[in-house]
Design a protein around this ligand. Structure first.
Ligand SMILES: *[C@@H]1O[C@H](CO)[C@@H](O)[C@H](O)[C@H]1NC(C)=O
Ligand SMILES: *[C@@H]1O[C@H](CO)[C@@H](O)[C@H](O)[C@H]1NC(C)=O
Length: 252
């Protein structure tokens, strides 16, 4: 019993889900009303630790509907497959207006349309940058951070259909993404939604914590992600640090 308590400083709950797919949903996007080539837009997004828009399914596509401009799709030539700039992944879901058969090699959408168009990459268009985790660079206790995240839903457009919470990180890809996003944090680790209640760990957003290889008597009851490590850490909930909010699947 005593030993398990000591081990509780390091929480081994990962990997949680089979497969490594990113499970985080788009959480926010910024509409840039300035004109840029596709490559300039990509550089501007990356310069603020965000990415050009990447869309994995229809519900994600709905999320970006009100935005307009370049999205992260490109191909090296007409005979090459379309790829997303984020991770250079080959496009799986698509919603081309012209089946992606235009002669240009970059992807674009118009405001309030959900179909995509091809355009000449060197043309100047508006664009969007987005993120799947919102890093809040304020030091708050775990409870204060939870409250902050949950209040974000009131600040976004109603048609986003969005609720926010302290972030759930389910897969290896989620953690890889989070470690990249955590770089500008001013604290060494950042609160995530892990919370010990009763006899088990829970995610604030309601997902199940898989593989609970955890002690029944943890010294502390809140979980964080350390900037330089893939393992979650157990911390005193009253400590203050930066935190990650995410867009949770539905209202609770
Ligand atoms: C989304 O991003 C915009 C622009 O960076 C920012 O003003 C806004 O507060 C963000 N929204 C949320 C919910 O973080
Ligand atoms: C947050 O706390 C860290 C120490 O953990 C400190 O270095 C940093 O400046 C603080 N950030 C803010 C925004 O207060």
């Amino acid at each position: 019993m005593r030993n398990t308590c000591i081990f509780s400083f390091l929480l081994h709950v990962l990997p949680a889900i089979c497969g490594n797919l990113l499970r985080l949903r788009p959480a926010n996007f910024t509409q840039y009303d300035i004109f840029a080539t596709w490559a300039e837009a990509e550089a501007i997004c990356q310069g603020s630790n965000t990415e050009m828009v990447t869309i994995y399914d229809e519900s994600e596509n709905d999320f970006f509907k009100r935005g307009g401009g370049w999205i992260g799709l490109y191909r090296d030539s007409i005979s090459d497959p379309w790829k997303w700039s984020e991770g250079n992944q080959v496009e799986i879901y698509s919603n081309w207006r012209d089946h992606g058969h235009g002669h240009e090699n970059c992807g674009l959408k118009y405001r309030n349309e959900d179909t995509w168009r091809t355009d000449d990459c060197t043309k100047e268009n508006l664009f969007m940058c987005y993120e799947r985790l919102i890093l809040v660079k304020e030091n708050k206790t775990w409870e204060e951070a939870l409250e902050h995240c949950r209040s974000l839903g009131d600040k976004v457009p109603a048609d986003w259909n969005s609720w926010y919470d302290l972030a759930t990180l389910m897969t290896e890809d989620d953690i890889t993404y989070a470690l990249q996003k955590a770089k500008p944090a001013s604290s060494n680790d950042v609160w995530i939604g892990l919370r010990f209640l009763g006899h088990a760990w829970f995610w604030a957003g309601g997902e199940e914590v898989q593989n609970q290889d955890v002690p029944s008597c943890p010294a502390f009851r809140c979980g964080s992600l350390e900037k330089n490590s893939r393992a979650f850490k157990i911390r005193d909930c009253s400590e203050r640090r930066n935190f990650f909010c995410y867009r949770r699947p539905k209202s609770i």
